[in-house]
Design a binder for this molecule. Structure first.
Ligand code: F6R
Length: 609
């Protein structure tokens, strides 16, 4: 979604803003703009399309100044165009601002402001905020923001420059993230951590209806009534290199290659491999939980939901506890009645996904305990959930989630194992044996990544496919769902996941000569069943690829190609099996010349409904 940056200090703001916007480009955008105080006036430059267009304009007409704000816009209200790009200002030309989020009552406010004489130039909800703040402004920026916030319904992260106070940036937030930090040459804001990493790793996360005032000397925070508040500084241990592409062609392949390390780093937080035991204190489960938790409801969106499906399998198998998994956008409107003893387990890489946040708040309001699996310290979900199990994937820049999925699955597996241990459904010996096997997984993952040339070759022959089906049973069905999502989002090839046994109930009608069907077969007890389904599609002309860690004689004759994985415990098989699926999606997209890291229409962090 949209990205915001801002800087005030002693250096030229323009290159800092442009670099910040570059870093945030992964969030997805269709226009960009900046506003800089040049010592006399606020100069605005904006343009539709790629950041390169904005940069070209600035190269021709350079802008110098020590205080400025910038924005990448992902259109919601009004098409991507010059006039709809941010920054926006008010009719009296007292301020300009950039905005992330959605103003839900913007039409009502717009009509009220038109009656008061405001002249609108864009179709955006953002301009309504600029006009609203301008209409209540009488020389005190903070007071105007406090007053305006009382009228606004919806979500917002705002960065505002006032003409009367041009060395300060005023920020305000509600349900949309904003991070601030003070570097050695001034104060910075951004809507996401990576844009601050070049300047500081000590940051403060803004919370709902809080106001921040950034000046070259420091940053002050205020509550929704304008009263001064103290806010904690959080140290982020991500380094700059982890947010840079380095020698890789795309972030997506870099992040796939980082999976063995991300997996190990995450597992080591929860496991003592020296003693082959789980670190009991690192899990949210207390002794009483073994009996008091009656049901776990897992919530997430997209890939995070797919990791949740693996979590469901882990919790039911290992902890023998009833588990449901739901998509957050459905769950939040399902009129669901929580039962006593129910726990909501939220999964989110960014910790900022609007629907997942809404589900979390619903549960909290109902007095239900919330536990999050999250990658970003200080994010809304990490702050508001009752307990957090962090993943240690580091920054994930490519829009398509890869290492975050793997680390979410890791945490879910370990949390299920610990709960099973407490409930007595898994013995200590079984725990040690599973952990010993887990310790060996990074080497297996690395071997798969090293052999990626084979997958690249396969993709070079298949990239003109128009439809791809992924089939599997049990855990493999959950994996198939993630494999299909990965392929469609980065390569734009229509792909579907189907429970292998369901094919006959309708979907098999779509199989024709040459249709690519990828059969995931990592569950030995289900292999023979899936092999029959492979045969059913093969005899109807499908080109079948099998991905298996089992015996080849189970599948011989039913497929034209096999990707053989090392043998692992069936519950652990997704950690290796997902890697070829992600690599396949990546190479198909590369072959097709797609924008791999920033697929069309998609945004990394879905902060609006
Ligand atoms: C797909 C993808 C999305 C996210 C989803 C949830 O590759 O990245 O489906 O998984 O938008 O995002 P988070 O995990 O940040 O809540």
């Amino acid at each position: 979604m949209c990205g915001i940056v801002g800087y005030t200090g002693c250096n030229n703001a323009t290159p800092i803003l442009l670099e910040g916007l570059d870093t945030l480009a992964y969030r997805g955008y269709d226009s960009a703009g900046i506003a800089v105080w040049d010592g006399e006036q606020i100069v605005m430059k904006k343009e539709k399309g790629q950041l390169a267009n904005l940069k070209a304009i600035i190269e021709n007409e350079p802008v110098f100044g020590v205080c400025g704000i910038g924005h990448t816009r992902w259109a919601t209200h009004g098409e991507p165009s010059y006039v709809n790009s941010h920054p926006h200002g008010d009719t009296k030309k007292q301020l300009v601002l950039v905005h992330n989020g959605i103003i839900e009552n913007y039409l009502r406010l717009k009509n009220m402001l038109i009656d008061r004489g405001c002249e609108f130039v864009s179709d955006t909800d953002t301009e309504v905020v600029a006009q609203l703040i301008g209409s209540v402004y009488s020389g005190d920026p903070k007071a105007a923001i406090v007053e305006a916030m009382r009228f606004i319904e919806g979500s917002f992260a705002l960065a505002i420059l006032f003409r009367d106070d041009p060395h300060r940036i005023y920020c305000a937030c509600k349900d949309s993230p904003m991070v601030v930090g003070f570097g050695k040459d001034g104060a910075h804001i951004a809507s996401d951590i990576p844009a601050l990493l070049s300047y500081t790793r000590d940051v403060t996360f803004m919370e709902d209806k809080q106001i921040a005032v950034l000046s070259p000397e420091g940053i002050s925070f205020f509550d929704e009534f304008g009263e001064w508040i103290d806010k904690p500084v959080v140290h982020i241990d991500w380094d700059m290199d982890s947010a840079k592409k380095g020698s890789f062609e795309h972030y997506m392949i870099k992040e796939i290659c980082e999976e063995p390390v991300a997996f190990r780093k995450t597992a080591e937080q929860y496991v003592s491999f020296r003693e082959m035991r789980l670190k009991g204190d690192c899990f949210p489960w207390g002794d009483g939980d073994a009996q008091s938790i009656k049901r776990i409801r897992i919530i997430g969106c997209g890939t995070a939901y797919h990791a949740g499906l693996l979590g469901k399998k882990y919790l039911t198998t290992l902890a023998k506890i009833p588990v449901e998994a739901d998509i957050a956008s459905e769950f939040r409107y399902a009129d669901y009645v929580f039962e006593p003893g129910e726990v909501l387990l939220l999964i989110s890489q960014s910790g900022e996904t609007a629907d997942t946040i809404a589900a979390m708040r619903m549960a909290k309001q109902a007095g239900v305990r919330t536990i999050a699996v999250c990658n970003v310290i200080g994010s809304t979900i990490a702050r508001e959930a009752d307990e957090v199990l962090f993943t240690y994937a580091g920054p994930e820049i490519a829009v398509a989630a890869t290492k975050s999925y793997l680390t979410q699955a890791t945490v879910l597996f370990l949390a299920a194992l610990r709960l099973g241990q407490l409930r007595g459904t898994v013995s200590d010996d079984e725990v040690s044996a599973l952990l010993a096997e887990l310790e060996g997984l990074p080497a297996k993952m690395e071997a798969l990544i090293e052999q990626r040339g084979d997958i690249q070759y396969f993709a070079s022959r298949e990239f003109s496919a128009r439809h791809v089906f992924f089939i599997g049973r049990g855990i493999d069905n959950a994996l198939a769902m993630e494999a299909a999502l990965k392929l469609k989002e980065v390569s734009y090839i229509h792909s579907e996941a189907y429970a292998a046994g369901e094919l006959k109930h309708g979907t098999i009608a779509l199989i024709e000569e040459g249709t690519l069907v990828i059969a995931l077969m990592t569950q030995r007890h289900l292999a023979a069943k899936t092999a029959s389904n492979m045969e059913e599609v093969r005899v109807r002309g499908a080109n079948v690829l099998a991905v298996t860690n089992g015996r080849l004689d189970d599948i011989e004759g039913h497929c034209s190609k096999v990707w053989q994985l090392d043998e692992t415990n069936e519950l652990l098989s997704p950690f290796c099996a997902i890697i070829p699926m992600q690599l396949f999606a990546y190479y198909m997209a590369v072959q097709k010349g797609c924008s791999v890291d920033k697929p069309r229409n998609l945004a990394k962090s879905v902060t609006v409904e």
